[in-house]
Design a protein around this ligand. Structure first.
Ligand SMILES: [Zn+2]
Length: 274
């Protein structure tokens, strides 16, 4: 039985080009949470068409309450609310076969990348065992901790190429081409959804014949390095037992495995403050 987890973020959804459109309370947000839901629906449809039998979706943006359940494909269940134990990947420990990352974005500091960041604007850089990663790398590594491969990623062209560089045989759907951090040439929604649906279907078909699908693994122990935006953020994170201060803005922490590395990073971002 093929069980799929869809982790959904918002910055990489079809047609979205600025923070207002991702921010609850802004009138534009209501448009884009509907489009986010439709992007997720396209992935659900493609996965099920190709033979997936169970789909769980985890809302992963902001407070994890963006997806409209009343518009979500009724064949899928929805994890929402914040904080949940596994956040953007809630459900990855529940025996899923593979994961899809929908509406994702490139890591902090990428050129021509829609709303590039790594978890929070206060994080300048994140390294796992010396390799710089963004949310695609971090979340794929957490999936790898549970032996779950990431088989499809949708977002802009920068998110798609970041995924391809990291994960062998991943299927991607680029729904927009960023021309800057907050400017992009966007596909019409119908075309974008067709691309997501087709990439999801190809990914599940590939999984069924086991064609070179491997989890993305970061071998334990996992050294986590974080460069924060300001030194006071690193001051605060340095109060966590086991954290080493490297310089003004950088800290280091050794975690026993990738799941603990993920939990440390999420806590450190909270402790860092504003
Ligand atoms: Zn987000």
């Amino acid at each position: 039985m093929i069980r799929i987890l869809i982790s959904a973020d918002m910055e990489g959804v079809s047609g979205l080009v600025n923070w207002d459109q991702t921010t609850p309370g802004h009138p534009e947000y209501e448009r884009f949470r509907r489009i986010m839901t439709a992007d997720v629906n396209a992935a659900i449809k493609g996965a099920i068409q190709a033979g997936a039998e169970d789909v769980v979706v985890s809302d992963g943006h902001n407070q994890a309450n963006n997806i409209l359940i009343e518009e979500l494909d009724s064949r899928a269940r929805l994890n929402q609310g914040y904080p949940s134990p596994l956040g953007m990947l809630q459900g990855v420990d529940g025996g899923v076969t593979a994961a899809m990352l929908v509406g994702y974005h490139a890591r902090a500091g990428t050129a021509s990348a829609m709303l590039d960041h790594t978890w929070a604007s206060k994080v300048m850089n994140l390294w796992l065992n010396g390799k710089v990663v963004g949310e695609i790398g971090l979340n794929s590594a957490v999936c790898g901790n549970f032996n779950v491969p990431v088989i499809m990623v949708s977002g802009d062209q920068a998110a798609a190429s970041e995924a391809v560089d990291l994960i062998p045989n991943v299927e991607v759907a680029a729904v927009k081409v960023a021309r800057g951090r907050s400017a992009a040439e966007c596909l019409p929604l119908e075309t974008a959804h067709q691309k997501i649906r087709e990439a999801a279907a190809r990914a599940v078909s590939r999984l069924r014949i086991d064609a070179g699908i491997q989890p993305f693994r970061v071998e334990p122990p996992v050294m986590v390095n974080v460069e924060f935006h300001t030194s006071i953020m690193a001051d605060r994170v340095s109060l966590i037992p086991g954290v080493d201060r490297l310089d003004g803005r950088r800290i280091q922490y050794m975690a026993e495995n990738m799941l603990l590395a993920y939990k440390f990073f999420r806590s450190a971002v909270i402790v860092a403050g504003d």
